[in-house]
Design a protein around this ligand. Structure first.
Ligand SMILES: Nc1ncnc2c1ncn2[C@@H]1O[C@H](COP(=O)(O)OP(=O)(O)OP(=O)(O)O)[C@@H](O)[C@H]1O
Length: 411
């Protein structure tokens, strides 16, 4: 393998963002620097539309694996730098190509780019000049300009010249926090962690809100959710989780006399609480893992009635995704195995036999109005919320050894 001394990180769509570009690039650079703390010899700098990481002997591919998760970065190339004179470029390119271990076909082409117009040899001439000593130095190597196994890029700049062959795909999207902050309603299921990752990838800073019904839900269930938040935190350095006590509210809602509307009522109460927490924490939107038609509370009609419980934009990144697509994303981001652990969610205690798929807003609003303590309990839940800051390396142990209290008398 060639000895790499520099990484090139490219931005994608954010380069078209005009005056916001500098703000976005700064956000991406601070995210890169955060992840580079584990590699103290590295130095990161930004240069119009790109970030460069000087490796100073730190391991290129290990660092690329970490930096692939930086939102806003579309691709990464490990590079060799040489000085921008013909002799150094030719000898540098030759030893670079000698360092490659060939698995299949031994074909290549050179793609030179003269970004510095003061360099005396134009790009096409450079392709030929660079290829010649390589063909002499690597036995069995052939040129294939259409489908080469290796494309050696030679980027000639005034200060130095970059040599590279790999363009490794990265997360893309927008840099962390560059589009503001939102509250993610995080259950222990498969969907909401994926929705959270998708929102973060779109440049949103996320704080998580989780509703628990302790002691009817166990501390193990809570631990599972915190571990999911920990996986999400590995993409951004740290993440806040608000743990909301929901038992009293569920008890009150279960007295509405509308068993089949219970899920709708619970979701609306969750949105009202999450909205209050958003206001308290400077967030401008709510994010859920809803996917159209997946369950009774996610029919268009249910979404309509539930969504009206908040004035904030309700973002549903997975709304048009199939379950298979969501599962595949969950596997990719590392949340799937945790999500399928069998711990109970607060709402599963209240799933009615035939939940309404077409709830009526007027009936729901009058049911809520008849529950005189509801607003007060919502405020109490906001006040009783416990907030934790989760980091990727944190040990999470919420276990008290107690089993959840079995509650089978709700309906
Ligand atoms: N206990 C909870 N705490 C926080 N948010 C929740 C909770 N339960 C549900 N939600 C939110 O409501 C959405 C819909 O939940 P529901 O259980 O109906 O669907 P789901 O498809 O199973 O989603 P998930 O896999 O995320 O649990 C979730 O994606 C999540 O955003």
């Amino acid at each position: 393998m060639p000895e790499y001394d520099l990484l090139l990180l490219r931005f994608g769509e954010i380069t078209i963002k005009g005056k916001n570009r500098s703000r976005f690039e700064k956000a991406a650079l601070s995210h890169v620097k955060l992840l580079l703390r584990a590699y103290p010899r590295t130095e990161a700098r930004k240069d119009y539309g790109r970030i460069y990481v000087v490796l100073n002997g730190e391991p290129a591919h290990e660092i690329i694996d970490a930096l692939k998760n930086v939102f806003g970065v579309t691709s990464i190339s490990p590079m060799n730098t040489v000085s921008s004179n013909l002799e150094d470029i030719l000898s540098g390119a030759t030893s670079f190509m000698k360092g490659i271990s060939w698995a299949g076909e031994k074909t290549f082409k050179v793609s030179a780019k003269r970004a510095w117009k003061g360099f005396p040899h134009p790009s096409l001439e450079m392709n030929k000049l660079v290829s010649t000593p390589i063909l002499m130095a690597v036995p069995g190597l052939k040129v294939d300009v259409h489908h080469p196994a290796v494309n050696l890029r030679v980027e000639i700049r005034e200060q130095e010249t970059y040599l590279y062959t790999e363009v490794i795909q990265a997360a893309g999207g927008y840099p962390l926090g560059s589009n503001g902050k939102a509250m993610l309603l995080l259950s222990g299921g498969i969907d909401s962690p994926v929705a959270g990752w998708s929102a973060m990838r779109r440049g949103l800073e996320i704080e998580c809100v989780h509703f628990h019904s302790y002691p009817f839900t166990s501390k193990k269930a809570e631990e599972k959710v915190l571990n999911l938040a920990r996986v999400l935190s590995s993409y951004v350095g740290q993440i806040k989780v608000h743990l909301v006590p929901f038992t009293e509210i569920q008890t009150i809602l279960s007295q509405s006399g509308h068993d089949n509307l219970m899920i709708t009522l619970m979701r609306r109460a969750m949105l009202r609480i999450a909205t209050r927490l958003a206001e308290n924490n400077g967030a401008l939107a709510l994010v859920t893992g809803d996917s159209l038609g997946q369950v009774a509370s996610q029919t268009l009609s249910s979404m309509n009635v539930i969504g009206r419980a908040t004035d904030l934009p309700l973002l549903r990144p997975l709304v048009m995704s199939d379950k298979e697509e969501i599962i595949s994303m969950a596997r990719q981001i590392g949340t799937y195995e945790l999500s399928i652990l069998p711990y109970e969610d607060c709402c599963t205690l209240f799933v009615p036999k035939s939940p309404a798929t077409n709830p009526n807003l007027r009936i729901i609003e009058s049911a809520e109005a008849s529950l005189t303590q509801l607003t007060e309990e919502i405020e109490k839940a906001v006040q009783g919320t416990e907030t934790l800051c989760i980091r990727p390396d944190q040990d999470i142990d919420r276990s008290t050894g107690e089993e959840p209290v079995v509650q089978d008398k709700w309906f």
